[in-house]
Design a protein around this ligand. Structure first.
Ligand code: UD1
Ligand code: CA
Length: 453
């Protein structure tokens, strides 16, 4: 089938320079949710009608399977679909989606497509307690849909109708061109309404069928920031339920945010206020304490991420212990049983099995061997002001507290670095490295005292 996504509208009520369909829902543009759903259906042609912010929209969601069509002036939904007609395959039906209605289930759309097989015209409708603002579905005494009337054009009797047009329709394509070109804009908004096609279809003897989604939120659109926030909560609730249903323990399903794809093994526990972004994989028995942000990361079985830890672009082995307050940046690889404690920042570095950096360190551009102990306050000086250099620490090295490793430098296996050492030169295996320092104790010393005012 053909799928036409309408995304040319201005979205004035968002009070934002960003085109409405590019506002983020669960970390990606509202429109990209609609596109994902479209792709989940058997789509032959995917056409996105753009207008306001056309360039920005194109740039944000460009893909080889998407044809963009410009609707230079927004003259209504019927006019918008008309712009797409030259690019559809007339032998297949055309499904119209809205770029600002992001959470429609693919299964619901499949039901609509099925109901409209055999050349029917299908409309996705929903019954609302408060239908104000929407187009109303007018049915005859036999319950057949006979027209859709916009709120602004409706009489008081029609305004009582609670069944509304979601805007999502499917049409046989052969006659769509004739129907659309016969539309008139003699209505309150002076627009060419797609909704008026219903009457054209009926006049041509085409049956119009209505299908309803299982949940009302499937039909809700994003017209303002409140609606965006509401749909974000719906999305997150659904994501939390999906995780619970797959066996993940969420201490509070209303306090997790997944902005991407989160894959979890068995017996995973996620405490409150954690945010997952991009593709994140948690292995069996992984335990995430409260207030962690985890982005584009894979964590192997049995690893524990303690509270307030921030991980971006890392790969963690089994039974690692992290945090509280650890920060792992891109290119961090922690081998199994490594420990990284509070206020330790690691970037583009590998820690070997059972390596430990438990307190207050910066490890950047480094290869740290197995069983290395990194004392508190150890810093890799990886940047000379122009270039980055690598630090290599071989297996079983003991690094005393407050050590600086001035890269490029290699510390041989089993070496010991005394506390407070500045390591400029490579250290042979098994050696003790220290800087000669003196300690003076001045016995004739009086502390300054505070002056009286
Ligand atoms: C439309 C329907 C209404 C339905 C409601 C559901 C019509 C005439 N009315 O009304 O029956 O209840 O949606 O939300 O169809 N768009 C374009 N080009 C245009 C006009 C709109 O691309 O010229 C796009 C918008 O970006 C948006 C969608 O079409 O994604 C709907 O437009 P909008 O102006 O919000 O339609 P409504 O007046 O809400
Ligand atoms: Ca709308």
């Amino acid at each position: 089938m053909n799928i036409v996504i309408l995304a040319a509208g201005i979205g004035k009520r968002m009070h934002s320079e960003r085109p409405k369909v590019l506002h983020l829902l669960a970390g990606r543009p509202v429109l990209s949710h609609v596109i994902s759903t479209a792709r989940a259906l058997a789509t032959n042609r995917l056409i996105v009608v753009v207008g306001h912010g056309a360039e920005a929209v194109r740039e944000a969601i460009a893909a080889p399977d998407i044809k963009f069509v410009l609707q230079a002036e927004q003259q209504g939904t019927g006019h918008a679909v008309q712009q797409a007609l030259p690019f559809i395959d007339p032998s297949l039906p055309t499904l119209v989606l809205y770029g600002d209605v992001p959470l429609t289930r693919a299964s619901t759309l499949r039901r609509l497509v099925k109901a409209a097989a055999n050349g029917h015209y299908g409309v996705l409708t929903v019954t609302l307690d408060d239908p104000c603002g929407y187009g109303r579905i007018v049915r005859d005494c036999d319950g057949r849909i006979i027209r859709i009337i916009e709120q602004k054009d409706a009489n008081p009797w029609q305004r009582q109708i609670c069944e509304i047009n979601t805007g999502i329709v499917i049409s046989p394509s052969g006659r769509l061109e004739a129907w659309l070109s016969s539309l008139k804009n003699d209505n309150m908004q002076h627009e060419f309404y797609l909704t008026d096609v219903v009457e054209r279809a009926i006049n041509d003897g085409v049956e119009v069928v209505g299908v309803q989604p299982d949940d009302i939120w499937e039909a809700l659109g994003v017209n303002n920031k409140r609606q965006l926030a509401d749909l974000e909560r719906v999305y997150q609730r659904n994501e939390a339920l999906r995780l619970l249903d797959s066996g993940v323990t969420l201490v509070d399903p209303s306090r997790i945010d997944v902005r991407g794809t989160l894959e979890c093994g068995a017996e995973v526990l996620i405490d409150v206020n954690c945010v997952f972004e991009g593709h994140v994989v948690l292995g069996d028995y992984v335990n995430i304490e409260p207030n962690c942000v985890i982005r584009e990361t894979t964590i192997a079985a049995g690893t524990r991420v303690n509270a307030f830890t921030y991980i971006d672009g890392a790969c963690l082995g089994e039974n690692v212990v992290l945090g509280p307050y650890a920060r792992l940046r891109s290119g961090t690889i922690l081998s199994s049983n490594a420990h990284v404690g509070n206020f330790v920042e690691i970037k583009n570095a590998v820690l070997g099995h059972y390596a430990k950096a438990n307190h207050l360190s910066y490890i950047g551009d480094a290869d740290i061997g197995a069983r290395v102990n990194i004392g508190a306050g150890t810093i890799t000086c990886n940047y000379d002001g122009v270039n980055k250099h690598r630090t290599v620490v071989c297996d079983d090295v003991f690094i005393g507290s407050d050590t600086q490793l001035v890269a490029p430098v290699i510390v041989g296996s089993g070496a010991t670095l005394a506390a407070g050492t500045t390591v400029w030169h490579d250290v042979p295996a098994g050696a003790l490295a220290l800087n000669e320092k003196t300690q003076i104790a001045k016995t004739e010393y009086a502390r300054p005292v505070k002056k009286k005012a």
